[in-house]
Structures are given as C-alpha cells and as structure tokens.
Design a protein around this ligand. Structure first.
Ligand SMILES: O=C(O)CCC(=O)C(=O)O
Ligand SMILES: [Fe+2]
Length: 230
C-alpha cells in the first residue's frame, strides 16, 4: 500500500473511516462537473442515477456479470483512482444525486467486495452511519476522499437521507444541491471472516440459506428499484 500522509482515520465512531480533504482541487472539480453534465450520457430518470466503469457487479451471483463487458476507465477517471491499494479497483461507480435524492441505509455486500472508497464532488451531503439504535452523521464535504475499513465498512450501515436540507450540528439548515460521488470497489480475495450475522452476507449464508435468499432478494430489488444502491 502506498502511503498518503493526508489520509487520516477520523476520531469518531464508527472506527476505520479514513479521510483525505482536497483529494482534487476546486478547479479540477469544476472540470469534472463540466464533463459529467455536458459529455456523459446518463440514465433518463429522476432521483439518483449511476454510471459504471470496470466490471459490472451481478446482484444474482454476487460476482462479475459475464454479459457486460469490462468498461475501460475513461481519461477523466484515471487521476481520481486511489493509489493506496496494490491494484486498480475492479468496479467504479459514478453517481449523481439531485437535491432531495439519497441512498437507503446499507452495508455494501461483504462477499464480493473488500476495499471501498468514495470521492465526493459538487455540493455536500450528510451521510448517516447506523448500528442498532446508534446514528452518527458524517458530512461528505466536496473534494474529499473517504475510505471505509474495519467497523465502518463491515459492522455499520451507511446511507444518505432523501431530503432537501441537512441540519448541521450548529443548527444551520443547509440546502442540498447537485452532488456527484465516485465509489471504488476491489473484489475480495477469499471469504469475509467477520462472522457478523446481521451485516455479513457470507456469515448469513454459512448460517443457513434462508437469510442468504432474503439478502440476495433484497439486493436484487435494490438494484432494480428506482433508487438502486449502485
Ligand atoms: O454517494 C456516496 O458517497 C456513497 C454511495 C454508496 O454508499 C454506495 O454507492 O454504496
Ligand atoms: Fe455504500
């Protein structure tokens, strides 16, 4: 793993959330947003929309969809790839959140994916981490790169509420505006051994097929709904 001195673990619960502000500068961000809005062809529907690069995940098999050919990373994406892993990510997803859009609370499936990073661009939005009754809000400030490892990756859910405003800790009400995120995923080598029966699809499938079927069904529904998770 290459060192990134600016990549620091946030001193919060959940543990394992690494952060780097200003991963790109404001001018670079504007160039990217101009490409996103003027050059890319997006799905034509309201709410959160996504474009995929690299391999496309198959929600039925939890593997790579053999029907969808590998999509090379476009030129604009190359400098945005985290260099802190030993290899390139296997799947990259660019998402657009218009004001009011969100992503339901979820844990990115443990079985297929290991490392998970997300870059935020455009307007900020509040991400909510949850575990049981606990809720922790983390402000996804633009141009920041986040890495979810450990507890934040495996043992807490994360999501963005579907709402038009976020209330900051000091009481300020902030309007949501256009936000883009790029999530990077590395396929897991071997099985997840975390054993968390609440959040781990591998632990659930080892424990009996019923839960596995439910989680596959839920993921497939999420993938096909108007508000898919990736
Ligand atoms: O938009 C983001 O920053 C995160 C999205 C996310 O959680 C996901 O795609 O799994
Ligand atoms: Fe996620």
């Amino acid at each position: 793993m290459k060192q990134r001195p600016n990549f620091k673990e946030l001193p919060i619960q959940p543990s394992g959330l690494y952060w780097e502000n200003d991963f790109v500068d404001a001018e670079h961000e504007q160039r990217l947003i101009s490409i996103f809005t003027k050059e890319l062809v997006w799905p034509d529907r309201p709410g959160r929309i996504s474009l995929h690069y690299g391999y496309t995940f198959d929600y039925k098999t939890f593997g790579i969809d053999p029907e969808i050919p590998y999509k090379e990373f476009p030129d604009w994406l190359q400098p945005l790839i985290p260099t802190t892993e030993d290899r390139l990510p296997d799947q990259v997803c660019l998402q657009f959140y218009p004001p009011g859009a969100g992503i339901p609370p979820h844990v990115d499936a443990h079985a297929p994916y290991d490392q998970l990073y997300a870059l935020s661009l455009g307007a900020p939005a509040m991400m909510v981490f949850g575990q049981g009754e606990k809720r922790i809000e983390v402000d996804l400030n633009p141009r920041s790169m986040m890495q979810m490892t450990g507890d934040s990756r495996l043992h807490w859910t994360h999501g963005i509420k579907k709402r038009k405003t976020d209330t900051l800790p000091d009481g300020t009400v902030r309007l949501r505006e256009n936000r883009w995120s790029i999530t990077y995923r590395w396929l897991r080598e071997g099985d997840c051994e975390c054993g968390n029966l609440t959040y781990c699809d591998t632990a659930q499938s080892r424990n009996g097929t019923e839960k596995e079927k439910r989680s596959v069904k839920a993921l497939a529904e999420k993938a096909n709904s108007e508000d898919p998770a990736s």
